[in-house]
Design a protein around this ligand. Structure first.
Ligand code: GDP
Length: 195
C-alpha cells in the first residue's frame, strides 16, 4: 500500500475536487484515530498520534495507491480546546458530509470502554439522514478480555441507533485485531456507486 498526505482542509474550498472514492474516519479525541489510520495504511506516523489540541480544526486527506482517499475528520470532545476552536468542528464536518459525493463509508470510532455519547448519536442521525453508510469500530479492544470485549460490543450496539453497515468491528492498533476485517470491508464500499 502506498499512502501519502494529500492535503489538510480548513474549509470546503480546500476539499480535493477529484472523483476518487473516499472513506472517512471520525471519533472523539483520544479514541485512537491516528493509531487506526497508521495501522490501516501500514505507516508508523502518517497520521500524527496525539496531536496537540487547540489548533485550527482541519480535515486531512490521504491518498492511497492513487485509487482512493482516506479522510481524517477532526476529533471532537477535546476538554481543553478553546470554545472558538470547538465551534469550528460542526460547520466544517457538516460541510464535508453534506456535499461529498465521493464519500462511500464513514468509520465511527468508539473507545470500547466508553459509552456512546451525544456527539456519536448526532453524527449517526446526520449520516442516516444523508444516506451515508457508517460502520462502528470499537478501538483499544486489547484493553479488555475477550469475553468482556464481546459483552461491550453487545452493549454498545444497543446504544447506537440502527442503520449501521454491519456489526461493530473490534479493533486494536496494538495487536492488529480488526485490521484484516477493515481491509476486507473497505474495498466493498469503495466499489459502491454514489447514493
Ligand atoms: P486520537 O487522538 O484519536 O488520534 O488517538 P491516538 O491514536 O493519538 O491514541 C490516543 C492514545 O491511545 C495514545 O496514547 C495511544 O497510544 C493509545 N492507543 C491508541 N490505540 C490503541 C490501542 O489499540 N490499544 C491501546 N492499548 N492503546 C491505544
Amino acid at each position: 500500500m502506498s499512502p501519502y498526505f494529500l492535503r489538510a482542509a480548513t474549509g470546503p474550498a480546500q476539499f480535493p475536487r477529484g472523483t476518487l472514492p473516499e472513506v472517512a474516519v471520525a471519533g472523539r479525541s483520544n479514541v485512537g484515530k491516528s493509531s487506526l489510520i497508521n495501522t490501516l495504511l501500514g505507516c508508523r506516523d502518517l497520521a500524527k498520534t496525539s496531536r496537540t489540541p487547540g489548533r485550527t480544526q482541519a480535515i486531512v486527506f490521504f491518498s492511497v495507491d492513487d485509487r482512493w482517499l482516506l479522510v481524517d475528520l477532526p476529533g471532537y470532545g477535546y476538554a481543553k480546546v478553546p470554545e472558538a476552536v470547538r465551534r469550528q468542528w460542526r460547520p466544517l464536518v457538516e460541510a464535508y458530509l453534506a456535499g461529498r459525493e465521493t464519500l462511500r463509508l464513514l468509520l465511527l470510532l468508539i473507545d470500547i470502554r466508553r459509552d456512546v455519547g451525544e456527539e456519536e448519536r448526532d453524527l449517526v442521525s446526520w449520516l442516516s439522514h444523508r444516506g451515508i453508510p457508517w460502520l462502528p469500530v470499537l478501538t483499544k479492544a486489547d484493553k479488555l478480555s475477550r469475553s468482556r470485549a464481546l459483552t461491550r460490543r453487545r452493549e454498545l450496539m444497543g446504544q447506537l441507533p440502527g442503520g449501521g453497515a454491519g456489526e461493530p468491528v473490534l479493533f486494536s492498533a496494538r495487536t492488529g485485531e480488526g485490521k484484516k476485517k477493515l481491509g476486507d470491508t473497505i474495498p466493498i464500499f469503495l466499489q459502491n456507486k454514489a447514493q
